[in-house]
Design a protein around this ligand. Sequence first.
Ligand SMILES: NC(=O)c1ccc[n+]([C@@H]2O[C@H](COP(=O)([O-])OP(=O)(O)OC[C@H]3O[C@@H](n4cnc5c(N)ncnc54)[C@H](OP(=O)(O)O)[C@@H]3O)[C@@H](O)[C@H]2O)c1
Length: 308
Amino acid sequence: MHIVFASHQDPGAWLPALREALPGHTITVWNPQAPPTGAEGAVVWQPPAELFEHERNLKILFNLGAGVDAILRMPQLPSGIRIARLEDAGMAVQIAEYAVYALLRIARGFGVYERDQAAGRWQPQPGLLRRLWPVGVLGLGSVGERVARVLAALDFPVAGWSRSRRAIEGVQCMAGADELPAFLARTRVLVNVLPLTDATRGILNRRTLSQLLPDACLINVGRGAHLVEQDLLDLLDEGRLAGAALDVFEHEPLPPGHRFWSDPRVHITPHIAGTTLRDEAVESVARQVGQYARGEPVSGIVERARGY
Ligand SMILES: NC(=O)c1ccc[n+]([C@@H]2O[C@H](COP(=O)([O-])OP(=O)(O)OC[C@H]3O[C@@H](n4cnc5c(N)ncnc54)[C@H](OP(=O)(O)O)[C@@H]3O)[C@@H](O)[C@H]2O)c1
């Protein structure tokens, strides 16, 4: 099978590994100036729209990321093309680490100690009582399940919320719109790892965030468009929320002068919570290509109607 590599990432870093993992397949860098190759598959990350106008034989995309919201929004995306996404591929553990870091920074006062050190102040914070820090994880897929398990293993009271009901040992699993109010009402630290879809866009807003326990915190590692940023700022100003750790933003890079840059209650990182690891991603793509080539069900196939 012929596969083109279409990504703004340096192909030199990917091609040798893809070719080694996929002997028997032809892998070339997509070249919009050359005649179409007739490739059936494409390994992509944020592909340009011209790819679909140029390579008209494409049947399947192998996305080098977990989220597919940007691809699904492309008007040029042919309706029949299938999309396989990365499932975990080393991202889940990174995002679990991020959630632990952000939670402990808030709950154990490590952010306070950073400021105390800068001020030359020796001031122990009160100890952490886990029962006062119930965590709620929005999304229990490849990433959310790992996040929920890791936080539960640290003895935090953890609940998770998904579309269909999941069963995860040590995690209170809730599902569907009907159970969202009860999920929010028992949550003090809300970790968002939902995919961005029509149903989840703007889900972190004044109405939902106001239902959290007092002194609640938000950790957003899903997508920036899940959050209504002004609602978060208003709730922080009103004292309804205590803080936020944000890895993703409505506009990335976060524009200069945005209030998040300077608000001491908001801790920001530049969309690094779960980075694509080349070796794990290549292994995952090779598995999916193999499944496709053998006519087997391909893992990680996106259901376009539901948007993830
Ligand atoms: N910040 C970063 O660096 C980074 C890195 C990787 C991923 N991400 C983000 O994390 C997202 C999740 O990745 P994943 O691999 O865990 O996705 P996934 O395996 O597809 O899991 C998605 C989860 O969200 C739930 N869900 C989807 N729509 C819902 C709705 N309307 N109501 C309630 N629950 C809903 C799903 O419910 P069901 O279980 O019922 O299907 C599932 O549990 C990605 O889409 C991406 O946006 C961010």
